[in-house]
Design a protein around this ligand. Structure first.
Ligand SMILES: CC(C)(COP(=O)(O)OP(=O)(O)OC[C@H]1O[C@@H](n2cnc3c(N)ncnc32)[C@H](O)[C@@H]1OP(=O)(O)O)[C@@H](O)C(=O)NCCC(=O)NCCS
Length: 401
């Protein structure tokens, strides 16, 4: 019998919970000024506290979002964040209890997925989360970036102030930013955490909006840092880059690589299949491209999740094991016509965390079979599953939380 009790924290307890989370990351408690904005980032009913007696030993939060899956379906998702355990309470099962309650809560709310972006990836696989999308950190040297004549010229780019930014960016994200599988809804909570907080702290942020024939269709946000040594120029660190039409996307790249007095541009996460190098006369102006983890996904409702996405040609029967949410365990037949439970013998056997890695098409079943992450029970089944789970373009989330 566990001595840990999980309770839903009310508004009066949110600040203590945030203090605990920040302390777990070795950060100071929030000031009154920070809390005036920070409190708006909480969604009622979604902050869990783990108590040992009267002591708040750990906390976990989620906000309500959704996930775009291959084929265009959009299903509800819990975006999990602010997970922390007091350092004098660690390794005694507090996180395990928080994770279990949070997943059951998500299931009861009808959420099909949970997702997070861990500081330490080794922790969450045991709770059924798997790395489901990857992104590319792209670094460019603008002074060498001459554009090919056939590269899209883009439309108009204008710099905007915070008020206008918050008025136009959420709409652009919903219209233009939700095409790829893996993208998630950004409710008001997200805009508060990511932007309002930075504006309130007067952080040095530049916002640029792109307009095409139908109006505003993309934007980017970057932080400039002045060069430290004499004779060096600034660096620009792009943290949010939203556009899907080629004109808006490459118009913003053109703007970014054309800002004066800049030695280096870093874009923290782009889709892995975006061919920025091919815009340029000399591809070496892109000085590095690093593959990074993006979204960690948990299938909370496996039957609904499997039924929701589209599949490629062929057919495969998989056995899924989910010790934490056992109603998900069982056999599923997956074909181009959809996915349903079956009593047919399994051809592949896998943990629910590995299913999350396959779900958005980022990993091939055969590759994961090769490294032992899933078991092939019928020869050739993993190669068949490759075609079934394949996606047309790389999945990508691109929303930090
Ligand atoms: C990471 C953290 C939340 C773990 O909480 P905890 O209460 O100590 O975890 P638990 O005791 O419930 O451990 C559950 C399991 O995870 C493992 N685990 C927990 N933290 C781990 C870590 N940092 N590295 C490797 N394994 C870890 C435990 O060994 C245990 O494994 P088991 O299932 O084999 O028994 C806590 O140490 C913490 O707050 N750390 C600092 C902040 C942080 O990293 N937050 C996560 C942000 S994504």
């Amino acid at each position: 019998m566990s001595d840990i009790e999980i309770r839903t924290l009310d508004e009066a307890q949110w600040r203590e919970s945030l203090g605990l989370f920040r302390a777990a990351l070795h950060a100071l408690p929030v000031t009154d000024e920070q809390w005036a904005v920070g409190r708006k980032s909480y969604e009622p009913g979604r902050t869990l506290g783990a108590f040992r007696g009267d002591t708040l030993a750990g906390t976990a939060f989620a906000w309500s979002s959704d996930l775009l899956v291959p084929g265009g379906g959009v299903l509800p998702m819990a975006a999990v964040t602010r997970v922390g355990v007091r350092s004098d309470q660690r390794r005694r099962g507090v996180l395990r209890e928080l994770m279990r309650h949070q997943l059951i809560d998500a299931a009861e709310r009808g959420e099909v997925f949970a997702a997070l972006r861990p500081t330490e990836p080794v922790i969450y696989g045991r709770f059924g989360y798997g790395l489901a999308t990857r992104g590319a950190k792209v670094v460019a040297s603008p002074k060498n970036a001459a554009f090919r004549p056939e590269a899209p010229s883009g439309g108009q780019v204008r710099l905007v102030e915070p008020d206008e930014a918050l008025a136009v960016m959420p709409g652009i994200y919903e219209r233009e930013g939700r095409r790829r599988p893996g993208t998630i809804a950004r409710p008001q909570y997200w805009w508060t955490v990511f932007y309002e907080r930075a504006f309130a702290a007067a952080e040095h942020i530049i916002l640029a909006v792109h307009s095409g024939p139908t109006g505003d269709d993309g934007y980017l946000m970057y932080r400039p840092t002045q060069g430290a040594a004499p004779g060096t120029n600034a660096t620009l660190a792009v943290e949010d880059f939203v556009a899907t039409t080629p004109d808006a996307l490459y118009g913003l790249w053109r703007f970014l690589l054309g800002v004066d007095l800049v030695d280096e541009v870093t874009v923290w996460a782009r889709p892995t299949d975006e061919p920025v190098e091919e815009l340029l006369v000399d591809s070496r102006a892109i000085t590095s491209r690093e593959s990074r983890s993006d979204l960690w996904l948990r299938l909370v409702d496996v039957p609904r999740a499997l039924a929701a996405r589209e599949y490629g040609p062929g057919s495969v029967v998989i056995a899924v094991e989910d010790p934490l949410l056992p109603t998900n365990s069982g056999h599923y037949r997956i074909t181009a016509d959809g996915a349903t439970r079956t009593t047919a013998p399994a051809e592949l056997s896998l943990d629910v965390a590995v299913l999350a890695m396959l779900y958005l098409g980022t990993w091939r079943p055969q590759s994961l079979a090769d490294v032992g992450r899933l078991r092939e029970l019928v020869p050739g089944a993993a190669a068949r599953a490759d075609a079934v789970f394949a996606v047309r373009e790389a999945s990508w989330s691109g929303t930090f939380f």
